[in-house]
Design a protein around this ligand. Sequence first.
Ligand code: AMP
Length: 170
Amino acid sequence: MNIQDFIRDIPDFPKPGIIFKDITPLLANPKALISCADQLTSFCPEGEKIDKVIGIEARGFIIGGMIAERLGAGFVPVRKKGKLPYTIKSKSYGLEYGEDTLEIHTDAIASGERVLIHDDVLATGGTAKAVCDLVQELGGVVVQCNFIMELDFLNGKDKLDVPISSLLNY
Ligand code: AMP
C-alpha cells in the first residue's frame, strides 16, 4: 500500500507559499490508516521498551494513539497553550513568524521513562525539538521521533539530536 497516494497537497494553505500536506484522505481510508500505523510502529527498534507515546496536537493524536496501542504503551497528549487542565510544563519556540507554545502535564512522564514522539509532519523541526526538550526536562528518555512525512528541504532533522524515522520524504 502506497501511503503517498493518500496525502493531498493543498497549495497556499494556511498562507501563501505553503503547500499543506493534508492527511485527511489517509485518515479516512481504513486500510491506509492501519498500514500507516503498522509501518510507523515497526520503525521502533526491536526489543526497545516504550513506556509512553506522545502525540502532538492535533494531527499527532490519531496515529500516535494507534502506535501506543500497538506498543502496549501509554499515550500522552502535548497540547497548544491553555488546553491542559492540570499542572503543566511549557515550552515556547520560534515559528517562521512569531512564537508558539506547547504544554505537557508535569506527571505525564516519570523520570527514566522511555518515550516515542509522533507527529504527522516534520518541517523546520521547532515543534519536535520543543517536545523533546519537555520530555527531557521531565526526566524522560526520547527513544525516537517518528513522522508520517519529512519535508527534507526544511532541514528539521538538524534541530534534533534523537533518532528520527519517517514513512515519506518530500
Ligand atoms: P515544524 O515545527 O516547522 O517542524 O512544523 C511542524 C508542525 O507544523 C507539525 O505539527 C505539522 O503538523 C505542522 N506543519 C508544518 N508544515 C506543514 C505542512 N506543510 N503541511 C502540514 N502540516 C505542517
